[in-house]
Design a protein around this ligand. Structure first.
Ligand code: ATP
Ligand code: MG
Length: 159
């Protein structure tokens, strides 16, 4: 069964903090897709997750490069593979480029627009769907994950 946690954020800083907190729940081999329209805050959240993992190097928007690999940072020593598949036509192109082989059990993969290549991804993934809230800087983050992961909610602005 899929579980869902929803969080309301009111600023980029708060989204970043949620990412940092989420990082502590991620494991080597995790594939996390980030969905939401242009400018929803996917990269902002990835920056927070990367900070939480302690990865080295600046996390920029990988729009033109598809994949930005990051060396491991914290004591877990897990590299981060940050994808943005917006510019890929479809899942076939993802596979043709060999990206499916870069989602391995040794890395944590975060894939912006990952729903576009869903069929090339493992069955069990985590999803973070970002939608706009009522006010300009509000975003709603819906985190969906398999029940067995038992990701706990630390509170904050739950909705
Ligand atoms: N609560 C919020 N959380 C995250 N970003 C916010 C929030 N409120 C406003 N913003 C703004 O929204 C924009 C989010 O940009 P970001 O690059 O993270 O989006 P994205 O979803 O990765 O876009 P793209 O589809 O182009 O990759 C930034 O300009 C940021 O300042
Ligand atoms: Mg982005």
């Amino acid at each position: 069964m899929t579980m869902e946690i929803r969080r309301l954020t009111s600023s980029p800083a708060q989204t970043y903090e949620i990412g940092r907190e989420l990082a502590s729940h991620l494991l080597a081999g995790d594939v996390v897709i980030l969905t939401g329209s242009l400018g929803a805050g996917k990269t902002c959240l990835v920056r927070g997750i990367a900070a939480g993992l302690g990865v080295k190097g600046h996390v920029s928007s990988p729009t033109f490069t598809i994949l930005h690999p990051h060396e491991p940072g914290d004591k877990r020593g897990v590299p981060l593979h940050h994808f943005d598949v917006y510019r890929l036509r479809d899942a076939d192109e993802f596979v043709a480029n060999g990206f499916d082989e870069l989602i391995t059990g040794d890395v944590i993969s975060l894939i912006e627009w990952g729903d576009r290549v869903r069929i090339a991804l493992p069955k069990e993934i985590l999803e973070i769907a970002i939608t706009y809230g009522e006010k300009p800087d509000e975003r709603v983050l819906a985190l969906r994950f398999p029940e067995y992961r038992a990701i706990v909610d630390h509170g904050g602005d739950n909705i």
